[in-house]
Design a protein around this ligand. Structure first.
Ligand code: GDP
Ligand code: MG
Length: 294
């Protein structure tokens, strides 16, 4: 029998390279929200992959922001720094758009940590063989001793291969979490994240970045969950945009979010959304703490 392996695998990289998509592809669950806009991910999220012989505890991180312009962004950066310290293996994700000099701080932190690194060259569906070969050689030269694994997180190509390589790098250890767990987050968290994802899809400009979603009540029963969510915005004008003419925009948001919540829980949901104004919440320490960014 093989010795049991377990470890913490942290996914690092610039915003928008596909870290959250990768987390979902590797765990086979839709744990992390994804959008074409940068900085969709605000928290660290654990996703757990269980097998008889191993347990991989993945964590997705917000992308590192070079020059934080408000407090929420500094807090997001501190989550990223933590990710280097508590990892057994680092997955450094990049795509064909970014060079080493765009992300030298991440590379330096990864090297300084002394942890084994797998370089995930993502979005290979977007470029050809020649570019892939060049990029593979380029990235192998940046990290001595680290292996480059080309992958398409969106289509799942090579995901199994990445898992095999991770297991090879992980230490022998008993499991950290019960083997029937797939995440450390509860349904309240996922509901808030699903609503936030739909906001990112439906609204433009600064709106998604100014919204905070809080689950106010969550009443579970066998066949239906009754959920009330508060959406905090920073200004009265943003509230108007969120609600839309005759409440149409908010209604659409509620429907889209509800459908995904139902997919996630496997039962019906009743979802109520309320919009509230909380001045300048992104720069308020107490509010950030209350929203769980500490
Ligand atoms: P994160 O900020 O690093 O977590 O990136 P996300 O996972 O949110 O993805 C950012 C964008 O890249 C989204 O629009 C994804 O759909 C897209 N994306 C992620 N992986 C792939 C991939 O393998 N191929 C392509 N074409 N797009 C991808
Ligand atoms: Mg993300």
């Amino acid at each position: 029998m093989q010795p049991h392996k377990a470890g913490f695998v942290n996914i690092i990289g610039l915003p928008n390279v596909g870290k959250s998509t990768l987390l979902n592809a590797l765990t086979g669950e839709r744990l992390a929200i994804i959008s074409p806009k940068a900085q969709t991910t605000r928290h660290r999220i654990l996703g757990i992959l269980n097998n008889e012989d191993y347990q991989i505890v993945f964590s997705d991180t917000p992308g590192f922001i070079n020059q934080p312009s408000y407090k929420l962004q500094s807090t997001m950066n501190s989550f990223v720094k933590e990710a280097f310290e508590d990892a057994d293996v680092l997955l450094f994700v990049t795509d064909n758009k970014h060079k080493a000099e765009d992300q030298q701080h991440i590379i330096d932190l990864a090297k300084k940590s002394g942890k084994p690194v797998l370089i995930i060259l993502n979005k290979i569906d977007l470029y050809g063989k020649k570019e892939l070969d060049e990029l593979t050689a380029y990235w192998a030269a940046q990290f001595e001793g680290a292996e480059v694994v080309p992958l398409s997180a969106a289509s799942g190509i090579n995901a199994k291969k990445v898992i095999r390589k991770i297991v090879a790098l992980m230490p022998e250890s008993p499991a950290y979490y019960s083997k029937d767990e797939m995440t450390d987050r509860n349904m309240r968290f996922f509901v808030a994240e699903i609503v936030r994802e739909k906001i990112f899809h439906q609204y433009d400009a600064e709106i998604p970045y100014s919204c905070q979603v809080v689950v106010d009540t969550y009443k579970e029963s066998d066949d239906i969950d009754r959920i009330k969510c508060l959406i905090f915005v920073e200004r009265e004008s943003q509230k108007g945009i969120l609600i839309g003419e005759g409440g149409k925009a908010l209604k659409r948001l509620g429907t889209e979010a509800r459908l995904d919540i139902e997919k996630f829980t496997g039962k019906r949901a009743y979802l109520e959304l309320l919009v509230k104004v909380k001045d300048n919440w992104r720069n308020d320490d107490d509010i950030l703490k209350k929203f769980g960014y500490n």
